[in-house]
Design a protein around this ligand. Structure first.
Ligand code: GLY
Length: 571
């Protein structure tokens, strides 16, 4: 259980930093999102949002700011921000829409049965702890090619805020101290990691200054030479060396040969908006697209807000979308894709099985072993808009907190444990309790299926940019924030603050954050056959949007320590 207890900021902090306004995540639904005319950033840590805003103020565009924010997260949010993981970005620059897949790949030596014990049973520890759990990192090359194609200021300037944070040090937050303490077991297993993140055997103290000299040197050579500084020669060999030392199969050639992929963005329309998200190997966009299409056709708008009918429809739609997810995997081996799952005939057949006032047991939607629920997630999402209307939704992850727990000592960053996002044995749940199929079996060079859902909503000159952290809860959170915003006209902060529901097909439960359902609504839903569980661990959404009047808003999720900020330039 790596996710932190919610760390709620007690007040809105307005900091004038030049012309930048920042707002911490807040639990009060009534605070408006911050507004400005020069662009906006929302991300999981204050220093990261500040890095993005600094770049916007310096004349960088949304892509420059997004990359700077992601790199700063690799320093100040080591549980999720990364150079040793991967992610996805969806961007709109000028009129061009693009999506970049920098998801990790399975190493060349990976085999479909590599996580099975001698009795053929899945060994969860092997796919979650240590370097055998690590996929080939995609972030170093991914962020670079994103910047190469769409960035507007020199690469060095984009890397610099992160390099400074690592070199000069940053003030350790209470959140970081707690997070390290929470993952202590994982981090102390490897002396290479403990030397950095458990100095003197203890988590870094909140309020102390943390310097990361090895990471600073890595960022300096990344700024100077680009990704080859991290993916070739001595750097790639350092990754192979530490991986081998603890039984991993990552090889220097895997690191060097990794390539991100520009993919056709997943585009669709619903509720009068046009959307662009990430297609496979991310499943989150497909789930959101299916759910929006089904809810629109089920006349979602007409049902009373917060009532049982809406909760029922949401659960039924998500149950089916997550069941369809079972068929998904790497684009080369998937058994279904966005085309088949968004086909009008398929949607109609899914819709035809949804009954009024009666839950469909998940076992009747499709059959699969019942998973035990395990929740964990260390993904981080950032949303950026610039003054020119360019937007970026970028989600990146090590998978679990601090990835596989192993740090590459020469480079100063942690390796992911993304291999657990494969179906280590088809039908066996991963760490999010997601049951996945044959299409997502382990295979050399394959990309493991993700639930990430970076998404852009576009209508005329207005846009909304969001995504989330939270494993399988990502698409359900993104979906509900979109519905709050685009159907029910909530303000941005309110749309994020509202309590949420979650259903992922298996286990057959409707999870509800406290206050998401009134006692009467809950009673009705139970009478209709829903098994309800109160759940306080939902995803964290960070979002920005451009309003029709050209103003920008930014809002961070109150469930975590995210910070949102805007730039308000002088006319
Ligand atoms: N590792 C979480 C995800 O990609 O869904």
């Amino acid at each position: 259980m790596s996710e932190l207890p919610a760390f709620r900021w007690s007040a809105v902090l307005l900091i004038l930093l030049g012309l930048v306004t920042l707002q911490s995540g807040t639990h009060a639904a009534s605070f408006p999102a911050t507004r400005g005319r020069g662009g906006a950033v929302a991300a999981g840590e204050r220093a990261a949002t500040e890095a993005g805003l600094e770049i916007l103020q310096a004349g960088g565009n949304a892509v420059d700011a997004a990359v700077a924010t992601a790199l700063a997260l690799a320093v100040v949010q080591p549980d999720a921000g990364n150079l040793g993981g991967g992610g996805f970005a969806v961007v709109k620059v000028g009129k061009e829409l693009a999506s970049l897949d920098f998801r990790e790949t399975a190493p060349t030596a990976a085999r479909r049965d590599m996580y099975l014990d001698s009795d053929g049973r899945p060994d969860d520890a092997a796919s979650r702890e240590g370097p055998l759990a690590a996929g080939v990192p995609g972030t170093p090359t991914g962020l670079y090619v994103l910047h190469q194609r769409f960035g507007s200021i020199p690469w060095r300037e984009v890397v610099d805020p992160a390099r400074r944070l690592a070199d000069d040090g940053f003030v350790v937050s209470r959140r970081l101290q707690l997070s390290v303490a929470d993952s202590r077991k994982r981090l102390e297993r490897y002396p290479e990691t403990a030397a950095v993140w458990l100095p003197g055997g203890e988590p870094p103290q909140a309020g102390s200054r943390m310097r990361l000299p090895a990471l600073a040197a890595t960022l300096e050579s990344y700024a100077e030479h680009g990704p080859t500084a991290l993916t070739t020669g001595a750097a790639a060999e350092a990754i192979e060396r530490v991986s081998r030392k603890y039984g991993g199969i990552l090889r220097a050639s895997d690191i060097t040969d990794y390539r991100p992929v520009w993919r056709q963005p997943l585009t669709f329309e619903a509720f009068g908006w046009r959307f662009a998200s990430m297609d496979l190997p991310a499943s989150g966009g497909i789930i959101v697209a299916q759910a929006l299409a089904l809810l629109e056709s089920l006349d979602w708008k007409a049902h009373p807000r917060f009532g049982a009918a809406r909760a029922h429809l949401l659960a039924e739609v998500l149950r089916r979308s997550f069941a369809d997810r079972y068929l998904l995997g790497d684009p080369t081996t998937t058994l279904a894709d966005s085309k088949t799952l968004l086909d009008p005939d398929w949607l109609a057949s899914r819709r035809s099985t949804i009954r009024d006032q009666r839950a469909t047991p998940s076992a009747d939607v499709a059959r699969s072993p019942q998973p035990t629920l395990q929740e964990s997630s260390d993904t981080t999402h950032l949303s950026v808009a610039d003054a020119y209307g360019n937007v970026v939704a970028l989600t990146t992850t090590l998978n679990d907190a601090y990835g596989c727990g192993l740090l590459v000592p020469e480079l100063g960053f942690l390796l992911n444990n993304q291999m657990d996002d494969f179906a280590t044995a088809p039908g066996h749940p991963n760490m999010y309790g997601l049951v996945q199929g044959e299409a997502n079996a382990v295979g050399p060079g394959k990309r493991m299926l993700s639930s990430m859902a970076p998404i852009l909503g576009l209508r005329g000159s207005a846009s909304v940019v969001l995504g989330a952290r939270g494993g399988g809860r990502i698409p359900t959170a993104v979906l509900q924030v979109l519905l709050n915003l685009l159907v029910d006209d909530d303000g941005l902060q309110t749309a994020i603050d509202r309590p949420r529901l979650h259903h992922q097909w298996l286990p057959d439960r409707l999870r509800a954050e406290a206050d998401a359902l009134s006692p009467e609504t809950r009673k009705k839903l139970e009478a209709w056959g829903h098994q309800i569980e109160v759940w306080d661990r939902t995803a964290m959404v960070h979002a920005v949007r451009r309003l029709h009047d050209g103003q920008y808003e930014a809002a961070a999720d109150p469930r975590g320590p995210g910070v949102a900020g805007v730039v308000d330039p002088l006319p």
